[in-house]
Design a protein around this ligand. Structure first.
Ligand SMILES: [Zn+2]
Length: 220
C-alpha cells in the first residue's frame, strides 16, 4: 500500500450507501447508472484490500421507514424526481428505496468486513444524504464514532456521487477530516450533477483520486 505520509492508524474508510436499491445489479428501485456486477465487484475487492491493510471500514446505510418524506408515493400528485418545497426546503421526490428490513436496503458487502454500520434517514420528516447529519440538523453518530476511534483522515466511496457521497464528503471536510474521494468507485445519478458535485468537493479541499493511488499494481 502506498501510504506516503499517511499515518495508518488514523486513516479509515467510509463506504456510502452501497445498497441493493441503488444498484442496477440488484434491480434496485433507485438504481444509479453504471452500478453493474463489475462495479459491485470492484468496490468489494477494494474494500477487502483496505481490510487487509488494517484500515477500519465504516458503512453508511440509508434506512427509511415506509412513510418517509422523500418518497413520491407519500405526496399524492407528485412523480419520481419532481422537486417540491417542504417546510421551505427543496426536496427531490425519490422512488421508495432502502426501506427498513427490505432486501433492497441490504449493504452489498459482507458484514464481516465492516467495523460499523451507521444508519441514517430513519426520521420520516427529514431526508439525510449525509452520514453526519440529517436535513433537520440532527447529528448522526458517525462523527462521534470516528472521533472515538481517533480517525482524522477518510477514504470515501460509494453511491451516489451527486447526493449522499457529496453531502458526506462536504460534511467531513467541514468537521475537519482530510478526505480522499475514490472517484472510480463512485457512481452518480446524472452526469451534470455528478460533474458539479465533483468540482464542489474538489473546491472544498477534497483529494479527488482513485483506487490506484492507494495500491500499486500487484505490490501493496
Ligand atoms: Zn434515501
Amino acid at each position: 500500500m502506498n501510504t506516503n505520509s499517511i499515518p495508518h492508524k488514523k486513516l479509515a474508510v467510509v463506504i456510502v450507501d452501497f445498497q441493493g436499491d441503488f444498484t442496477e445489479e440488484k434491480k434496485g428501485s433507485l438504481a444509479v447508472p453504471g452500478t453493474d456486477k463489475n462495479y459491485i465487484m470492484e468496490v468489494i475487492d477494494a474494500t477487502k484490500r483496505f481490510v487487509d491493510n488494517n484500515l477500519p471500514i465504516y458503512a453508511t446505510q440509508d434506512w427509511h421507514p415506509n412513510n418517509h418524506m422523500s418518497f413520491y408515493t407519500n405526496h399524492p400528485g407528485t412523480h419520481p424526481f419532481d422537486m417540491i418545497e417542504i417546510n421551505g426546503r427543496s426536496q427531490i421526490m425519490w422512488p421508495p428505496h432502502c426501506i427498513q428490513g427490505t432486501e433492497g436496503a441490504n449493504i452489498l458487502i459482507d458484514n464481516f468486513f465492516l467495523k460499523q454500520v451507521i444508519q441514517k434517514g430513519m426520521d420520516p420528516r427529514f431526508d439525510s444524504y449525509s452520514g453526519f447529519a440529517d436535513d433537520g440538523g440532527k447529528k448522526i453518530q458517525l462523527e462521534e464514532i470516528l472521533n472515538q476511534d481517533g480517525v482524522t483522515e477518510l477514504i470515501i466511496y460509494g453511491l451516489a456521487t451527486d447526493y449522499c457521497v457529496k453531502a458526506t464528503v462536504l460534511d467531513a471536510i467541514k468537521i475537519g477530516f482530510r478526505v480522499h474521494l475514490l472517484l472510480d468507485l463512485c457512481r452518480g445519478v446524472l452526469p451534470e450533477t455528478t460533474a458539479s458535485a465533483t468540482e464542489k468537493m474538489r473546491a472544498h479541499g477534497t483529494d479527488i483520486t482513485e483506487i490506484a493511488a492507494f495500491f500499486n499494481s500487484g505490490q501493496d
